[in-house]
Design a protein around this ligand. Structure first.
Ligand SMILES: NC(=O)c1ccc[n+]([C@@H]2O[C@H](COP(=O)([O-])OP(=O)(O)OC[C@H]3O[C@@H](n4cnc5c(N)ncnc54)[C@H](O)[C@@H]3O)[C@@H](O)[C@H]2O)c1
Length: 495
């Protein structure tokens, strides 16, 4: 393998991870859960002021405020916060922006209310849960622009801000693989992550949250649409729920893992080993082969007693990070975890948890410009990674994002593949979350400086680019919703 100049150019021209500390913006966090906390930390670290935290679980709001922004005012509902921010109460100022990190069904309305009052929004996906809600958002953006609003709405499709997917987009734009013909994109969700989020957790029921094809794969549909750079014309999807069903439970399995289930030791999904010892995520870190995390994980996994001799080791059991941190309100302690596993949804046997989400699905999308794409959801994966191949008239791009990254360019007429250097973490997408936050702050700076430090024309261009991205994101959401419709009706859906 050799690094070519073109491969290096693709890296150099791809979105970077931010340029350091931008900020000063006043931002409110709506939803003090996992995502709200991550964004609050990155925004604060880049210089923003977190002025309010909204969560109906007061302990969550207080926990976030304590660790990130002790000066923030706490609210239990975004409606109360909006009313107060608009009142004459001097203590509560109107924020420059809000981060909406509430559950899926609570995104559209606050996004419309805040942006309708000129307040920018960093909006968690999905934008809406129905096609009619997506239409409503598109109409809303047109209406506020007509009135001269400067509010930006940026959706948290964090992978768009990754150096990895940015390098792919740049390579396509530079014509390195010619015209794209087809895209094969696999969203491989590791078996225990799927069980955590879509079998036991917040998205186990598509009727009360959203279909997994939207909740998880909207990122993937968005990337596919971004690379294809065209409107889609049809969607066809097949897939089913095959693993997490009561009839698949081993004989004698109990409703909760810690209720003396006879399969506790051998079960891949045992709640104690998933959340307290965190064996699956340690195995994944080992597989990533990225020191020092993989070494630490190997030590913790293979020789837990030895590790306990080190002073920091006491803090690794119970495991304090994802996924364990998401199953309790407030700090992770032996007591809070015991309570969560005895009474909460994450202690339930995966086979009896009542999930209705498909654990595998293949979706074929046809674009107007002739490109065809296949998107595979695999919820039984050995690895947590997105893998893809984009085939063009002059070559192919082949990559893995997750467990470290790997991106190769195969060009017709060349004997060797070229490796495009990429930066991808061993697990998760914190690097991309940070890049998104820095991007959002740059947009806010542009809005705040318009007419003084920033030329008006630049503001217009920034808002146009933001609105175009929002439109493309909504196209991705449409693909996801139509894929679910196709999967459940067995029909090809034409736009
Ligand atoms: N962009 C990404 O990569 C990504 C990754 C994971 C989740 N998400 C999305 O982020 C959103 C939040 O997910 P999360 O994992 O942080 O969930 P979470 O459950 O950890 O956090 C949600 C918080 O909102 C609070 N809440 C719920 N309803 C409320 C209401 N009506 N008023 C006030 N507070 C309320 C809950 O108490 C909780 O603290 C979801 O929509 C999810 O789809 C995005």
């Amino acid at each position: 393998m050799t690094d070519s100049t073109s491969a290096k150019n693709a890296l150099a021209n791809s979105p970077v991870e931010g340029k350091g500390s931008v900020g000063g913006a006043r931002i409110a966090i709506l939803g003090a859960g996992d995502r709200g906390t991550i964004y609050a930390r990155f925004l604060k670290a880049a210089g923003a002021r977190i002025v309010a935290v909204v969560d109906w679980d007061r302990s969550r709001a207080a926990h976030l405020a304590e660790s990130v922004a002790p000066e923030a005012i706490l609210y239990s509902s975004w409606q109360d916060y909006l009313t107060e921010a608009q009142s004459k109460n001097q203590a509560v100022s109107v924020p420059d922006a809000v981060v909406i990190a509430l559950p899926d069904a609570e995104h559209l309305q606050p996004a419309i209310e805040f942006s309708g009052r000129g307040i920018s929004v960093l909006l968690e996906k999905p934008v809406g849960l129905k096609l009619s809600e997506l239409d409503r958002m598109e109409r809303h953006v047109r209406a506020i622009r007509k009135k001269g609003s400067r509010a930006a709405i940026v959706v948290c499709h964090v992978l768009r801000y990754s150096q990895f997917f940015g390098a792919i987009k740049t390579a396509i734009q530079q014509g390195l693989i010619g015209e794209i013909r087809s895209i094969l994109h696999c969203e491989n969700v590791s078996y225990y992550h799927f069980a955590h989020s879509y079998v036991r957790g917040n998205w186990k029921d598509s009727r009360t949250s959203s279909p997994v094809l939207l909740a998880k794969c909207s990122h993937d549909f968005d990337l596919i649409g971004w690379f294809a750079d065209s409107e889609f014309v049809s969607v066809q999807s097949s897939g089913s729920q095959s693993t997490f069903l009561p009839e698949r439970a081993p004989a004698g399995a109990t409703e909760r893992c810690i209720d003396g289930c006879p399969h506790q030791k051998s079960c891949l999904y045992d709640a104690e080993s998933t959340y307290i010892d965190a064996l699956p995520i340690k195995r994944e870190l080992i597989r990533s082969g990225r020191p020092p995390l993989s070494w630490m994980a190997a030590l913790a996994y293979r020789w837990p007693r030895l590790l306990r001799r080190f002073p920091f080791a006491g803090r690794l059991r119970p495991w304090p990070f994802w996924p364990t941190s998401t199953i309790v309100s407030g700090p992770v302690t032996a007591e809070s975890l015991d309570r969560a596993l005895r009474t909460g949804p994450y202690g339930r046997c995966v086979y009896f948890a009542g999930s209705n989400q498909p654990d595998h699905a293949d979706t074929v999308i046809q674009f107007r410009n002739g490109i065809t794409a296949t998107m595979r959801l695999n919820g039984n994966s050995f690895q947590e990674a997105r893998t893809l191949r984009i085939d063009g008239s002059l070559g192919s791009l082949e990559g893995r994002f997750g467990q470290g990254g790997d991106l190769r360019l195969h060009r017709h007429g060349r004997a060797r593949a070229e490796r495009i250097p990429v930066q991808v973490d061993a697990a998760g997408h914190l690097r991309e979350d940070r890049a998104l936050c820095l991007h959002f702050l740059e947009v806010l700076e542009c809005i705040a400086g318009a007419g003084t430090r920033v030329p008006e024309a630049m503001l217009v261009r920034t808002l146009e680019a933001t609105d175009l991205t929002l439109h493309q994101v909504i196209q991705g959401h449409r693909m996801a919703l139509l894929a679910e419709k196709s999967r459940t009706t067995g029909k090809t859906i034409f736009r």
